[in-house]
Design a protein. Structure first.
Length: 133
């Protein structure tokens, strides 16, 4: 299993919709967050410690087409080569039943910081190994 990528299945909920009966743009970020947390949790070893935790520094989303209810989604996240204290992620939201339909793609940056100081800190070794594998 490639631990540098992960996919989750998400059902669109009625509450995710806006007045136009489409998934609200902000909810796309929630779907990506759900995939990112699931990805981090499946990594072997520590990706968070008392002295090192990730924060989302940046997200850039390309909204390619609206998501309508009902829908089953596949939300994937993958990691690129890690930096000293940061990690780039790529996301895609696809239709689970017709994977050729891509609703959105995004690029994000996670930065690991020391929670007490708020200053960047090196990536945990287990996370670095996962992303370099």
């Amino acid at each position: 299993m490639n631990k540098a990528s992960h996919t989750v299945q998400i059902s669109v909920r009625w509450r995710d919709l806006d007045t136009f009966n489409h998934v609200n743009n902000a909810v796309y970020l929630t779907y990506m967050e759900q995939a990112r947390v699931a990805w981090l949790q499946q990594i072997d070893g520590a990706w968070e410690t008392p002295d090192s935790a990730p924060i989302l520094r940046r997200m850039e989303v390309d909204f390619l087409r609206p998501i309508e209810h009902p829908a089953e989604l596949q939300v994937s996240v993958s990691a690129s080569a890690p930096g000293r204290s940061s990690l780039r992620n790529h996301y895609e939201i696809r239709n689970a039943e017709k994977p050729e339909i891509i609703y959105a793609s995004a690029e994000g940056v996670l930065v690991w910081i020391n929670p007490a100081s708020g200053r960047p800190t090196p990536l945990p070794d287990d996370l670095r190994r996962c992303c370099q594998a």
